[in-house]
Unconditional design. Sequence first.
Length: 206
Amino acid sequence: MSAVLERIRVVSMGMRPYEPTLAAMREFTARRGADTPDELWLLEHPPVYTLGLAADAAHGPKAGGPIPVVQVERGGEVTYHGPGQVVLYTLVDLARRGIKVKQFVAMLEQSVIDLLGERAGRKRGAPGIYVNGAKVAALGIRVSRGCAFHGLALNVDMDLAPFSAINPCGFPGLQVTQTRDLGIKDGKEVLGANLAAILAGKLEHA
């Protein structure tokens, strides 16, 4: 494996508006070449709803609300991003690493499970990670020319109320939770850094 593949850059960005970050992801993916190192971007967003390619308007939110709504090209349904949530964008050349899309999704999910411990798990037919039936992490990716972008969102210590305006990920009545309410004392900086390190390790040894 080349030196390029052995190193994954983890970039901590702090609080970033959603739409400029989306544009930056798209530009990075469009311009990257065969030797461009993979990057993991750690950040938070101000309040925003995002709608994936499969999003059905019936799942909300209602138009004209105070929180902006952005249509994006990732897979999945509607979700919410806000302060206190760790967002990990995965700008990874899957083709170069020989990783299939389903394998990558499983790798993202397993990284969250490894971070949170054995009480966290998957739910059949519903991507993401759950604890006692409540969703603690959402995921949605897009793959262009073999390169992934978008990624993971882990609820850490945030206002969960905006989730009540949607059917999270298209599931009516789906409960959401966060690591603070699960008794995990680490904050978003620690959990974000640990999550990025776990995923980077999996990618480098895939």
